[in-house]
Write a protein that binds this ligand. Structure first.
Ligand code: BTN
Length: 260
């Protein structure tokens, strides 16, 4: 179990005032956090579980959550509107990439929008969910899953090829308390900048540097459409700009595949 005293002793946050809810085995930390938001919990509450039985990924996919991985949901209540929530996802993706890089000599890149990649394999992901009550947004849950100390053989065969873990990359187990601490501090640092500048421009500048999708030929699979072209940028809404044979399109949804 993660030792939250070790984390609290090291944390020096300005915006987030973390309170930890540590659990053993849950369906999904995002679902637990959602219930706490509806019950009126504070911004900065962090739900962490040892394993999840119904971990969720984007588009309601299963997020494999064996023990050894880090499964965390952070309750946020930033002063942003609903349309800006994808940008908050990018901010957390930047923070997660930097936190993971500091855990060892790792080159972490982001696959649009917020897949955390090491050596072109997925090492983590982020799922942001809005919590609404009486048509008002009461908070945003940002769920972060990192394949930290899990082994490749703990993962189902179908994803083993496209997935990696920090353990596989570093050949050593890393401290879960250190990763949680770094994640929260990196998010907090970026929230301070957001509050000061009231702008996501610094988020976008950093994201463009970390994003491995920009500059690549991509195929984007949406529910009813497939878009192929070259990813050229991310616009001010967080959408991926793709140059296709029919002109430039702004893509806000879909699964991205890098073509080379
Ligand atoms: C993705 O890449 O599709 C997003 C994965 C997000 C997984 C995390 S693990 C903690 C939190 N609880 C969940 O059920 N999902 C997120």
């Amino acid at each position: 179990m993660v030792d939250c005293d070790k984390i609290l002793n090291k944390l020096d946050t300005k915006v987030l005032q973390p309170q930890f809810i540590l659990l053993d085995r849950v369906e999904s930390t995002n679902s637990v956090a959602k219930q706490h938001v509806l019950d009126g919990v504070n911004e900065g509450t962090v739900v962490i579980a040892e394993s999840q039985t119904k971990g969720r990924g984007r588009y309601d996919r299963v997020w494999q959550s064996p023990s050894g991985g880090l499964y965390l949901s952070l309750v946020m209540k930033p002063h942003i509107n609903e349309a800006q929530s994808p940008l908050l996802g990018l901010l957390v993706a930047n923070a997660s990439a930097c936190a993971i890089m500091k855990m060892g000599t790792l080159q972490v890149r982001l696959k649009w929008p917020n897949d955390i990649m090491i050596n072109r394999r997925k090492a983590g992901g982020i799922l942001s969910e809005l919590v609404t009550k009486d048509d008002k947004v009461s908070g945003i849950i940002v769920g972060i899953g990192v394949n930290q100390n899990s082994r490749r053989e703990d993962l189902p065969k179908e994803i083993a090829e496209s997935t990696t873990t920090l353990f596989e990359e570093l050949c050593v187990e890393t401290s879960r308390e250190e990763l949680v601490c770094r994640l929260i501090c990196e998010v907090d640092r970026r929230l301070i900048a957001l509050e000061t500048t009231r702008s996501f421009e610094p988020t976008l500048v950093e994201y463009r540097c970390l994003c491995d999708t920009i500059g690549r030929n991509v195929r984007i699979e949406q529910e009813t459409e497939v878009i192929e072209g070259t990813a050229v940028d991310v616009d001010e809404t967080g959408a991926l700009l793709v140059k296709t044979s029919d002109g430039e399109v702004a893509v806000s949804l879909g699964d991205v595949f890098h073509l080379e």
